[in-house]
Design a protein around this ligand. Structure first.
Ligand code: PEP
Length: 251
């Protein structure tokens, strides 16, 4: 049985004060009800030390929104997996569509970042997903397959025992358009089958989250699908009440 997981992706938002407030509200809300699933927040790099302090011994997972594919050295602007671990992160989002599209991170580059996270005991949350025109051309499964295959080639199938996958159709991110539960399930099933074609046990164990305009109103239907194990939440994760409601929908 896979444990549900809901992760907030804060993107490039917040201040010291709003970070403290939002985490405080989440802790208060999560303290009111017992959850069987896990909850995490992916905060901007500079807020990681502050968030680590506030989340210490609370059970809420802390993560970053990217990680370098290098260990150390002349890589201006990058942050190493070891640094993230030292400051209390347990996961790193990799291959978010905003990184792939706005900053031109290719699938091999994403795979290298994923691999570095695995190497240093940081759980990569690997984002995959198609753009609208790719969906309309019937290329969804090919796109996802290419993104997964790049990672399988570099890090191997067993790495997915220590990773999380997030299916995030690009056309649903921040647009208010959510994939229907059935559309999302079809792709989640494809992802699990792709991993199963390598290793059945790994495929049954890996958690696959859905991301793309998840809101309190649509979370329950999405999370009820057999291959959807939780969510990666952007906009709604910045509002404590909405995020908590989504977390409670995941159980
Ligand atoms: C995301 O950025 O990972 C995301 C899913 O965003 P949103 O929920 O705002 O669509």
């Amino acid at each position: 049985m896979r444990r549900s997981l809901v992760i907030g992706n804060w993107k490039m938002n917040g201040t010291r004060a709003s970070t403290q407030q939002l985490l405080g509200d989440l802790l208060a809300g999560l303290g009111e009800k017992a959850l069987t699933g896990e909850v995490g927040v992916g905060v901007p790099f500079v807020f990681i030390p502050q968030a680590a302090e506030q989340l210490k011994n609370t059970g809420i997972l802390l993560g970053s929104q990217n990680v370098s594919d290098q260990d150390a050295g002349a890589y201006t602007g990058e942050i190493a997996a070891t640094m993230l671990r030292e400051f209390g992160c347990s996961f790193a989002i990799v291959g978010h569509s905003e990184r792939r599209l706005l900053y031109h991170e290719s699938s091999p580059e994403v795979a290298a970042r994923y691999n570095k996270a695995i190497e240093h005991g940081l759980t990569p949350v690997l984002c995959v997903g198609e753009r609208l025109e790719q969906r309309e051309l019937g290329e969804t499964f090919n796109v996802i397959d290419e993104q997964l295959t790049a990672v399988l080639a570099v890090a191997g199938t067993a790495s997915f025992l220590r990773a999380v996958i997030a299916y995030e159709p690009v056309w649903a991110i921040g647009t208010g358009k959510t994939a229907t539960a059935e559309q999302a399930q079809a792709v989640h099933e494809f992802i699990r089958q792709r991993i199963a074609s390598e290793d059945q046990h790994v495929a049954q164990a890996v958690r696959i989250l859905y991301g793309g305009s998840v809101k309190p109103e649509n979370a329950e239907a999405l999370f009820a699908m057999p291959d959807i194990d939780g969510g990666l939440i952007g906009g709604a994760s910045l509002d404590a009440r909405s995020f908590l409601s989504i977390c409670f929908s995941a159980g």
